[in-house]
Design a protein around this ligand. Sequence first.
Ligand SMILES: O=C(CO)COP(=O)(O)O
Length: 131
Amino acid sequence: MMNIALIAHDQKKEKLVEFTIAYEEILRKHTLFATGTTGKRIMNATTLQIHRFQSGPLGGDQQIGAKIANNEMDMVVFFRDPLTAQPHEPDVSALMRLCDVYHVPLATNMGTAEILLKGLQAGFVDWRKHH
Ligand SMILES: O=C(CO)COP(=O)(O)O
């Protein structure tokens, strides 16, 4: 059972909801975390249970970053909006930076996310144990 974070900016929330519906049965086997609004949207559209943090602009990205720094996150799916300036852009960058510091697989778009979920299903996502 892996710890997986699900995050999307407003323009990408619909895409992430579609993704969680498509992969609901795989995701159900894991412990899921999300920023506030993203988590609410996914829980409304699926039967998945999600630990929700603050909304991104209020510190949710940083709370997920803290889980990464504590070696408590196995995968991050973060559908960023590359076309809209975010008031908390430093938090967004910090979260992605910590993924790179701790070798946490990070998908920032649907194409990569599908590959990661298939890798997860095949048992390839075990980076955290090897630290
Ligand atoms: O802003 C976000 C990520 O940077 C996401 O936050 P919400 O899920 O609360 O919209």
